[in-house]
Write a protein that binds this ligand. Structure first.
Ligand SMILES: [Zn+2]
Length: 389
């Protein structure tokens, strides 16, 4: 097994991925070198988890820790009269898509001998990393916004992690985590490239679950863009091996009140441009300063997709619409439904196309907030079911 290597996109330095590393000495983020490619004959069919694609992962050996992450359901439902496939990443071990990236990143860090770790997160990545650290007996500290949904804070604390709740913006939380570098390894899911290596298995799963075909469109709630980058990396490897010829259009979905990629996209830039922010209930994608800006925008352009902005007022109706379909999702995930409505209405997506919506987080993550948004109080009588009265 060859050791993977990192490329610095800024200074072009190359590093062997043989020790814990989260960024280049020049300050830039690092990216993993392109993968070797992947064919259907390399799938381990007995593994009902992302480890069925272990042959494609840049790890030195078999996983040391797994909680059964990946191989999530892809279910068909109707949305605005169109047949749509919903990818239930909400059914991961910790209730969000983050486990895909976390599992691979933590296994890499174990392979290269990591000590105590810390991380900053809006909540879901913190819960994921705290959980996998607990499963690996790695000491862990998580910095989160003080205003994060209580369910996420409780989930992190229950894993035994040291939780630091930071007042202020999501960026303030990142700044707090940066001050801890030197005390422990900064296992940032937004910086460390092995997180994206794990996220690429989403592309393999969709391809396999659709009968070794790719969909026409994929919609993803997007904060830092790890799913967009993971999808591109996975489809790159399938194309390299001759397994696919067509590529899906990728649509990044952002809350209009915090839409860094949408602002850059509208300006035709491949770097961040100034934009106004406001509060959003889509806390998982409230990212004012994403890390891999050029990479995410490039992936969207190459796929011929785009960025969709969702207004705050569209989010609660989308949560309710998902609930009526049997899909209980957190507000961040519901933005993808609101975006789908927009794209179907304006004709960007046709009802006859194969469209996948990635549902990134489970509703119980933010049950109290969803109750407020939908006006569900403890005194409220829910509508009669017809047979109960
Ligand atoms: Zn560099």
């Amino acid at each position: 097994m060859t050791i993977a290597s990192y490329d610095c996109p800024a200074c072009r330095r190359v590093y062997a991925a043989d020790r814990p590393l989260w960024r280049c000495d020049c300050g830039s983020h690092l990216n993993l070198a392109p993968g070797r490619g992947f064919t259907r004959g390399q799938i381990a069919p007995g593994e009902a988890s992302l480890w069925r694609y272990a042959a494609a992962l840049a790890l030195a050996g078999a996983p040391r820790v797994s909680l059964g992450e990946g191989w999530t359901p892809l279910v068909l439902r109707h949305w605005q009269g169109a047949e749509v496939r919903f990818k239930l990443e909400s059914q991961m071990p910790t209730g969000s898509f983050k486990d895909r990236g976390t599992a691979v990143m933590i296994n890499h860090l174990i392979e290269v001998g990591v000590g105590p770790i810390h991380e900053d997160s809006s909540g879901n990545a913190g819960a994921s990393i705290a959980t996998y650290a607990a499963a690996s007996s790695i000491p862990c500290r998580i910095y989160v916004p003080a205003a994060a949904p209580r369910g996420k804070l409780v989930q992190i604390a229950a894993s035994g992690a040291d939780v630091r709740a930071i007042p202020g913006t999501r960026q303030d939380v990142t700044e707090a985590a940066l001050t801890a570098i030197g005390e422990s390894f900064y296992a940032s899911h937004n910086w460390q490239p092995f997180f994206i290596e794990g996220a690429k298995t989403l592309a393999f799963e969709l391809w396999e679950q659709l009968g070794f075909r790719v969909p026409d469109n994929i919609l993803v709630p997007t904060g830092y863009g790890s799913n967009i980058l993971g999808l591109e990396r996975g489809f790159d490897e399938l194309e390299k091996s001759g397994e696919i010829v067509a590529r899906p259009r990728l649509f990044a979905v952002q809350a209009a009140n915090c839409a860094a990629f949408a602002a850059a996209w509208a300006a035709g830039e491949d770097k961040l441009v100034p934009f106004a922010t406001g509060p959003t209930v889509a806390d998982g994608i409230a990212t004012p300063k994403p890390v891999r800006v050029a990479e995410v925008l490039g992936a969207l352009r190459r796929s011929r997709g785009g960025v969709v902005m969702v207004a705050e007022a569209e989010i609660a109706p989308a949560i309710a619409a998902f609930g009526r379909l049997g899909l209980f999702v957190e507000p961040t995930a519901a933005t993808a439904g609101a975006a789908l409505t927009q794209l179907l209405r304006d004709g960007t997506i046709g009802a006859d196309q194969v469209t996948v919506v990635v549902l990134t987080g489970f509703g119980l993550k933010a049950a109290e907030r969803i109750g407020e948004l939908l006006g569900i109080g403890t005194e409220q009588r829910l509508p009669p079911l017809g047979w109960a009265d």
